[in-house]
Unconditional design. Structure first.
Length: 287
């Protein structure tokens, strides 16, 4: 099936009260693992690459990989730029065929964030490519990029932000953070419900790794429609590779150890898709 955008996928999720897992992929094996997991569970899925990942191998490599996986799949798959940090990077993703783009202007002032996000929406809307923005600051570090501290999303600002930018989804800061949590994260669930009351577009939860199943399910009940997972997948892949290399130190065929990483990522993606409640929710678009 061709790649789909995230707009309809997330609106369907919002209507039915589930979330779509959005998984950061770094190589061929992670792409295969996530798509196999989604296919087995008949779930829609989002594969995403961060700004650092497309610096490592460019947009064209990842677009080709994910498109090849989607062409052979029967479930809807979207390819998303995660934490795009400039207008230029967002346009590179658009030109490469990404079907969904995050512009992260959360480090800018409120007005500059609106201006940047709207500029990306205006550029993407003729081709109907979905745009996610972030308001407030998700803490922690992703790919060495510091999200900064605090700065939770204000519901009133969120309402105005969505109205003025026309983004198709909004990432909110409610106490989650990127990377490995130190201690138990304190989520401001009331704030999430308040945001949902005044914002109609689907809401996105960043920093999914390390959150308990209960917390994620509660966030979905309160309006989250997309949950981002990166760190736990990276750990799963690396653990698998390490395990294979330490069990058989004389391996020289990379396939022999990367395939073990791939299996670990698939197991992890299966667990997360189940938590998101999207099993059996693959809706095949009408021709
Ligand atoms: O944008 C990606 C995520 O928010 C992933 O966060 O590494 O904590 O799973 P995580
Ligand atoms: Zn994130």
């Amino acid at each position: 099936m061709p790649l789909v955008t995230t707009e309809k996928m997330l609106m369907d999720a919002q209507k039915e009260g589930f979330a779509v897992g959005a998984f950061n992929v770094e190589n061929l094996e992670m792409v295969q693992a996530v798509v196999e997991a989604a296919e087995e569970l008949k779930s829609p899925v989002i594969l995403q690459t961060s700004a650092k990942t497309v610096q490592y191998a460019n947009f064209s490599y990842f677009h080709s990989l994910v498109k090849a996986a989607a062409d052979g799949a029967s479930v809807p798959i979207a390819l998303h730029l995660d934490h795009g940090n400039s207008f230029e990077l967002a346009m590179q993703a658009l030109r490469a065929g990404y079907t969904s783009i995050m512009i992260d202007g959360s480090h800018e002032s409120y007005e500059d964030n609106i201006c940047l996000s709207k500029k990306v929406v205006d550029a993407c809307s003729p081709s109907r490519i979905s745009v996610e923005a972030e308001l407030g600051k998700v803490g922690g570090k992703e790919d060495d990029i510091d999200g900064g501290d605090g700065g939770l999303t204000e519901p009133i600002e969120a309402k105005e932000f969505v109205e003025r930018t026309n983004v198709t989804s909004l990432a909110v800061a409610i106490g989650t953070s990127h990377g490995v949590y130190k201690g138990v994260p304190k989520l401001d669930l009331e704030r999430l419900s308040e945001i949902r009351k005044v914002v109609s577009v689907p809401l996105v939860l960043h920093g999914g790794s390390g959150l308990s199943e209960e917390s994620i399910k509660e966030c979905i009940k309160r309006g989250i429609c997309k949950v981002n997972y990166a760190t736990e997948l990276r750990i799963a892949f690396t653990e698998g590779v390490k395990q294979a290399l330490s069990n058989t130190p004389n391996i020289i065929d990379p396939k022999k150890f990367t395939s073990v990483g791939r299996e670990k990522v698939k197991e992890m993606a299966i667990e997360k898709i189940k938590t998101c409640g999207s099993v059996g929710k693959a809706i095949v678009p009408a021709l």
